[in-house]
Design a protein around this ligand. Sequence first.
Ligand code: CUA
Length: 353
Amino acid sequence: MIRRAAMVKMVVIAALAALVATLVAVLIRWLPESASEEMDRITFVYWFATIICIGIFALVAAVIIEAVWAFRVQPDDDTDGPPIHGNTRLEIAWTIVPAILVIAIGVVSAVVLSKNADAGSNPLHVKVFAQQFAWKFEYPGKVMSDELVMPLHRNVKFEMQSADVIHSLWIPQMGQKQDVVPGITTEIVITPTRTGTFTLICTELCGLGHATMRAPVRVLDQPAFQAWLAKQRSAGGAGGATSGAAGGQTGGATSDTSALGKTTFASAGCGGCHTFTPAGTDAQVGPDLDKLAADAKAAGEPVADYVRQSIVDPNAVIAKGYQPNVMPPTFGDTLKPDELDALVAYLSGKGAS
Ligand code: CUA
């Protein structure tokens, strides 16, 4: 039988161990501040499992420390320990109790998973297009955006597609994370609970530019979101270009081409990998597009020809210091002819303002 004194000691050790573990759990900010209903539920699961773990840790720490101390070998003791034939009651207890706890964590997780996957009856549908190394978002009415804008307190259902390799969508404060896999459409639901700006991060190693594959996220209250969506609709309406939105332009063909080149640069995700001062981008995965004239000269081609070739057939000429097969070879297919022409003109400095 365990003596009363030993029992008291073990309770004290358990209390101390629980205190230390609790302080580690509470004082360190392990999770970002929640910004979605889904993250609230995930945080609940985290604490549910953590509290159980603290209890088990305290019990195990108390038994181990007391056993090591009380049964340590004496200096002059060369005898064998007493033969032990198990303890049926103890063994039943340490089988049933953990089984119940693990099942409880499993049930809570399953309920949260199913709730977090439920988009409700009236979600906002947003299509997500991932490619090396950029995100694009499509709202109802074919509104395209490089920025993810979400309405407060509304279920947003993402339908995600990848143009090349596996990417993964994650906004830390929103909790939810889901792979974007070529060939299938994956889904995820996020319901924002506070306004603000966040960052969408790709969390699947997808190539050289993986670390730069991010997108800005904004949560707006419902009226502000509707206003934003209406503005995007009118800006991206007839003609496809946003030439009207900039204002104060002289108009005419040059301005249209310039605007289309600029929007194509943005929508194709060029800025995810390339520095180009006119577009305000500074990524360094691929060659610096401010130096296209020098690169074309090195390749012995006119600038416009060199630019077009580099977009349609990226491996034809590899700029010094860079590697082949990094830039997607698909832009010749995915860009419309007028978009490609405008992009070439924009990058070649013709029609760029
Ligand atoms: Cu896309 Cu990492």
